[in-house]
Design a protein around this ligand. Structure first.
Ligand SMILES: [Zn+2]
Length: 113
Protein backbone atom coordinates (compact mmCIF):
# COMPACT_ATOMS: atom_id res chain seq x y z
CA UNK A 1 0.00 0.00 0.00
CA UNK A 2 1.33 3.37 -1.16
CA UNK A 3 -0.08 5.24 1.85
CA UNK A 4 1.82 3.03 4.25
CA UNK A 5 5.22 4.14 3.00
CA UNK A 6 3.98 7.74 3.08
CA UNK A 7 2.90 7.26 6.68
CA UNK A 8 6.32 5.85 7.61
CA UNK A 9 7.93 8.81 5.93
CA UNK A 10 5.76 11.25 7.92
CA UNK A 11 6.66 9.43 11.15
CA UNK A 12 10.36 9.71 10.22
CA UNK A 13 10.15 13.45 9.55
CA UNK A 14 8.24 14.14 12.77
CA UNK A 15 10.48 11.87 14.87
CA UNK A 16 13.59 13.57 13.55
CA UNK A 17 12.18 16.95 14.54
CA UNK A 18 11.05 15.72 17.98
CA UNK A 19 14.44 14.16 18.76
CA UNK A 20 16.24 17.34 17.74
CA UNK A 21 13.97 19.32 20.08
CA UNK A 22 14.48 16.80 22.92
CA UNK A 23 10.76 16.10 23.03
CA UNK A 24 9.35 13.37 25.27
CA UNK A 25 6.43 12.82 22.99
CA UNK A 26 4.56 14.29 20.09
CA UNK A 27 1.08 15.51 20.95
CA UNK A 28 -0.27 16.69 17.64
CA UNK A 29 0.64 16.51 14.00
CA UNK A 30 -1.10 18.33 11.19
CA UNK A 31 -0.68 16.90 7.74
CA UNK A 32 -1.73 18.65 4.56
CA UNK A 33 -2.89 16.43 1.74
CA UNK A 34 -3.71 17.84 -1.68
CA UNK A 35 -6.81 16.62 -3.47
CA UNK A 36 -4.66 15.91 -6.51
CA UNK A 37 -1.86 14.15 -4.64
CA UNK A 38 -3.38 10.74 -5.27
CA UNK A 39 -3.36 10.03 -1.54
CA UNK A 40 -6.50 8.48 -0.10
CA UNK A 41 -7.21 10.17 3.21
CA UNK A 42 -8.81 7.15 4.90
CA UNK A 43 -5.96 4.92 3.80
CA UNK A 44 -3.40 7.38 5.13
CA UNK A 45 -5.23 7.65 8.47
CA UNK A 46 -5.33 3.89 8.71
CA UNK A 47 -1.64 3.56 7.80
CA UNK A 48 -0.66 6.22 10.35
CA UNK A 49 -2.35 4.28 13.15
CA UNK A 50 0.04 1.40 12.74
CA UNK A 51 3.06 3.47 11.63
CA UNK A 52 3.10 5.42 14.92
CA UNK A 53 3.26 2.33 17.14
CA UNK A 54 6.34 2.31 19.31
CA UNK A 55 7.41 5.80 18.21
CA UNK A 56 7.26 9.24 19.84
CA UNK A 57 4.06 9.77 17.87
CA UNK A 58 2.25 6.87 19.46
CA UNK A 59 -0.19 9.08 21.38
CA UNK A 60 -0.24 11.97 18.95
CA UNK A 61 -3.42 13.22 17.37
CA UNK A 62 -2.96 13.27 13.64
CA UNK A 63 -5.08 15.82 11.81
CA UNK A 64 -5.33 15.61 8.08
CA UNK A 65 -6.18 18.79 6.24
CA UNK A 66 -7.31 18.56 2.64
CA UNK A 67 -5.95 21.16 0.23
CA UNK A 68 -8.23 21.91 -2.70
CA UNK A 69 -6.96 21.19 -6.18
CA UNK A 70 -6.43 24.09 -8.54
CA UNK A 71 -5.41 23.80 -12.16
CA UNK A 72 -4.68 26.04 -15.15
CA UNK A 73 -5.92 25.08 -18.58
CA UNK A 74 -3.13 24.62 -21.12
CA UNK A 75 -5.37 25.82 -23.97
CA UNK A 76 -6.99 28.99 -22.67
CA UNK A 77 -5.13 29.56 -19.37
CA UNK A 78 -8.38 29.53 -17.41
CA UNK A 79 -7.85 28.61 -13.74
CA UNK A 80 -10.36 26.45 -11.92
CA UNK A 81 -10.79 24.13 -8.95
CA UNK A 82 -11.01 20.40 -9.38
CA UNK A 83 -10.56 17.31 -7.25
CA UNK A 84 -9.65 14.92 -10.04
CA UNK A 85 -7.62 14.61 -13.24
CA UNK A 86 -10.57 13.88 -15.49
CA UNK A 87 -12.24 17.26 -15.49
CA UNK A 88 -12.68 19.35 -18.58
CA UNK A 89 -11.98 23.05 -18.66
CA UNK A 90 -15.28 24.88 -18.11
CA UNK A 91 -14.24 27.50 -20.67
CA UNK A 92 -12.85 25.59 -23.64
CA UNK A 93 -13.54 21.92 -22.72
CA UNK A 94 -9.92 20.92 -22.97
CA UNK A 95 -8.64 18.08 -20.78
CA UNK A 96 -5.11 19.37 -20.72
CA UNK A 97 -4.10 21.37 -17.70
CA UNK A 98 -1.30 22.10 -15.33
CA UNK A 99 -1.63 21.67 -11.57
CA UNK A 100 -1.20 24.86 -9.55
CA UNK A 101 -2.25 23.54 -6.15
CA UNK A 102 -3.36 20.27 -4.61
CA UNK A 103 -0.34 17.97 -5.05
CA UNK A 104 1.08 18.61 -1.62
CA UNK A 105 1.65 16.02 1.05
CA UNK A 106 3.47 17.61 3.92
CA UNK A 107 3.66 17.95 7.66
CA UNK A 108 2.21 21.39 8.35
CA UNK A 109 2.70 21.57 12.12
CA UNK A 110 3.97 19.54 15.03
CA UNK A 111 3.17 19.99 18.72
CA UNK A 112 5.64 18.35 21.08
CA UNK A 113 5.99 17.99 24.81
ZN1 LIG B 1 -9.55 26.01 -21.23
Amino acid sequence: MHEFSLALNIVDVVTEYAVKENALEVREVEIEVGELSGVVREALEFALKSAVKGTLLEKAECHIKIIKGEVRCNQCQFEFETNNFYTECPECHSYSFEIIKGKELRVASIVIE
